[in-house]
Design a protein around this ligand. Structure first.
Ligand SMILES: *Cc1c(COP(=O)(O)O)cnc(C)c1O
Ligand SMILES: [Zn+2]
Length: 375
């Protein structure tokens, strides 16, 4: 088990023991986790094929029972993209239909360990679904804040798990503000703020490396809204590399929708911080994040990895959705955006190495939008 687990502020450097139910520093800064890690792949043999096989790498108390639906170890499918074989991880096959289950499983396990009885979360839909589902397993009351125009299927799903749904008029940022106000009183199980979420998504990297025989891909093509998959995966690859379990880190290729691309624009300007962007509507609702909380961390990770950003238009998203559907993959538009970005990357890169990408969310989650725009 990891030792000396502390929450450390990215702004002022203050730190508190992780047995405190805090999600933000007193100064308002983002918190990251710091701990001593002892993980050895040789301990994995005989463990069940779920993300909890990497429990030794997760900063939770030894006595803590996971809040789990046996999630993880999703297939890494070989797929032909423009004549090139790439590996695509099937993260839409989770309990709630998106990779957010990784983060929600660890975060709600931590919330239960802390004795939290009630949480608040805001999302464009999928993180809310995941927190609600794991709230049901943990017997924790969940208040889920979503923009009023979120896909109807996600609204139904959140309520099916017994969570209390708050539909907020206006933009995604208005929803975030409403949740933040509620979080004055209630523990904020935020996928963007709470660093335990990233401990869950980091198991993505552990799985990919194990599935490839303890090596990292040369490039990882992932969507970036708040960057919870990107940052979690990067954390995992870094941990494995530092411990010598893999020899090199992947280049991170981050995909944004042209209509909402604050990270790609900042990267283009070679800026370390984001500035306000005009966010237009995009089919890729899962990455329509105008003001990502961990934006400068995402920029730093992509830059350090030697990767870059790719932006995709609405037409390209529709084309990628159709391509994947004809191949038997029913995915949500946000996942189609990633595939559109993957196609662009494959079409332009001169590097020969192994490429891994991901299907992040299931098509059944956005039936209403698909009927309206894509079929
Ligand atoms: C949340 C989500 C994303 C993007 O994740 P970020 O953490 O915002 O980068 C991509 N696809 C789907 C289906 C999602 O639910
Ligand atoms: Zn601080």
């Amino acid at each position: 088990m990891p030792e000396n687990v502390r929450l450390r502020c990215c702004e002022c450097g203050a730190s508190v023991h992780a047995d405190q139910p805090v999600w933000r520093c007193e100064c308002g800064g983002l918190l990251d986790l710091a701990f001593d890690l002892h993980f050895d792949p040789r301990q994995l043999s005989g463990r069940r094929p779920t993300m909890w096989r990497y429990r030794a790498a997760l900063p939770l108390a030894a006595a803590t029972e996971p809040v789990s639906y046996d999630e993880g170890f999703t297939p890494l499918l070989e797929c032909d993209i423009h004549g090139r074989t790439v590996h695509i991880k099937q993260e839409h096959l989770f309990q709630t239909g998106s990779y957010k289950d990784r983060g929600a499983s660890v975060l709600m396990t931590k919330a239960k360990e802390l004795g939290v009885r009630e949480v608040v979360e805001d999302s464009s839909g999928n993180a809310g679904c995941a927190i609600a589902a794991y709230g049901a397993a943990a017997n924790i009351t969940c208040h889920i804040y979503v923009p009023a125009d979120t896909s109807a299927a996600k609204l139904a799903q959140i309520q099916a798990y017994g969570a209390i749904l708050h539909r907020i008029p206006g933009s995604r940022s208005d929803t975030a503000r409403a949740a933040m106000a509620a979080a004055q009183e209630i523990y904020y199980a935020s996928h963007s703020w709470n660093p335990f979420f990233l401990q869950g998504t980091k198991t993505f990297a552990y799985e990919v490396c194990e599935q490839l025989g303890w090596r990292a891909p040369d490039a990882l093509v992932v969507p970036a809204g708040n960057g919870t998959l990107l940052l979690g995966a990067w954390l995992g690859f870094e941990e494995l590399c530092q411990a010598g379990h893999i020899q090199a880190l992947p280049r991170l290729i981050a995909v944004q929708a042209t209509n909402c691309a604050p990270l790609a624009q900042a990267y283009q300007r070679q800026a370390d911080e984001l500035s306000a962007v005009e966010a237009k509507h995009t089919l890729a609702e899962g990455i329509a994040i105008a003001n990502p909380v961990r934006g400068s961390q995402v920029l730093a990770a992509v830059r350090t990895s030697g990767g870059h950003f790719v932006t995709v238009t609405e037409d390209e998203i529709v084309a990628a959705f159709r391509l994947m559907g004809r191949r038997g993959h029913y995915i949500e538009p946000t996942s189609a955006a990633t595939i559109a970005g993957l196609e662009k990357y494959v079409g332009t890169t001169t590097s020969e190495g192994l490429i891994v990408s991901v299907l992040t969310g299931h098509g059944l989650k956005s039936t209403d939008k698909l009927l309206g725009h894509l079929l």
